[in-house]
Design a binder for this molecule. Structure first.
Ligand code: BV8
Length: 244
């Protein structure tokens, strides 16, 4: 831990990549943890355009379930420390795979959302009248799948599904942020790409790489420091040692 603390200086370029584990202590189910299953469907089976095309009602039931669950969750100590660091460190970047919006809710200045937001939607037909993507905070829906207010067709969640391209501007910004002094990967199983690839990019840039996770991942053997435990415990410990 000391090797990390001594490097967390005011002007250090610090980049943090987060996954579902950072929201676990808030009560948000992770993807691959035992709690990630919904009606025995593996998330990967539902989070695809094919699954939506086949049965948009089923996929929307899953997203409505997740929305109602996430709406009742509050940011935890891990989110709060990262929000504080986003204010204190001038060269701080947060990259997240999470679509739950808890980093934003905890006041994190800038969040690079690799996989979109569960609180945004867009028209499945991409009708001309509809804006690209728009905010939609509903947790209750009169009808499923919900309708596009512009064309009467159906809308889809504003997330990036498996097999779909990520927003190239967000990927570019994340790649630039991987060129940093300290790169921390927090609460991710490091199996989904291109997200997991940023850990290696940072290492190749010579960053001091750190993993925070109660379990080992494919990234564990590649990082300079692996801290075993919950993000909601370890991040406040680090914050206490650096005084912020
Ligand atoms: C694409 C949004 C290109 C939806 C998500 C290279 C190699 C292999 C495969 C691929 C590759 N490149 C592309 C692929 C295919 C695929 C992929 O990576 N597949 C994997 C499964 C092998 N990638 C894609 O499809 C991506 N698109 O590549 O497009 C392309 C090119 C041409 C043409 C078309 C396309 C799109 C990927 C994005 C998919 N969308 N989410 C939604 O949320 O509904 S991914 C989703 O799953 C999450 O966003 C997240 O990214 C991932 C889950 O991972 P984690 O967040 O890490 O969560 P997980 O549950 O797995 O782990 C939790 C961890 O936390 C555990 O390690 C646990 O120990 C730890 N933990 C638990 N408690 C705590 C904790 N840690 C700390 N504190 C705690 N308290």
């Amino acid at each position: 831990m000391h090797a990390l603390v001594e490097r967390l200086t005011h002007n250090a370029r610090i980049t943090v990549l987060t996954g579902a584990g950072v929201s676990a202590a808030s009560g948000v189910p992770t993807f691959r943890g035992g709690d990630g299953l919904w009606k025995n469907f593996r998330p990967e089976a539902l989070a695809t355009a094919d699954a939506f095309g086949r049965d948009p009602r089923l996929v929307w039931e899953w997203y409505a379930w997740r929305r109602s669950l996430i709406a009742a969750c509050e940011p935890n100590a891990a989110h709060q420390v990262l929000a504080e660091w986003s204010r204190r460190f001038p060269n701080f970047t947060l990259i997240t795979q999470n679509v739950d919006g808890l980093h934003e809710k905890s006041g994190t200045a800038t969040v690079l959302r690799l996989h979109g937001s569960i609180w945004e939607v867009r028209c499945w037909e991409s009708c001309a009248a509809s804006p690209g993507q728009w905010r939609d905070d509903r947790t209750e829906f009169e009808v499923l799948p919900p309708r596009c207010p512009h064309c009467g067709g159906i809308i889809r969640p504003g997330v990036v599904w498996f097999g779909e391209m990520l927003d190239p501007d967000v990927v570019d910004a994340a790649s630039r942020a991987a060129d940093c002094d300290i790169f921390m990967t927090v609460g991710t199983s490091a199996v989904v790409y291109p997200a997991a690839g940023f850990i290696d990019q940072a290492r190749k840039h010579g960053a001091f790489t750190v993993e925070i996770n109660p379990e080992a991942t494919p990234a564990t053997s590649t990082v300079d420091l692996a801290l075993r435990g919950g993000a909601e415990t370890i991040l406040p410990e680090i914050a206490a040692k650096i005084g912020c």
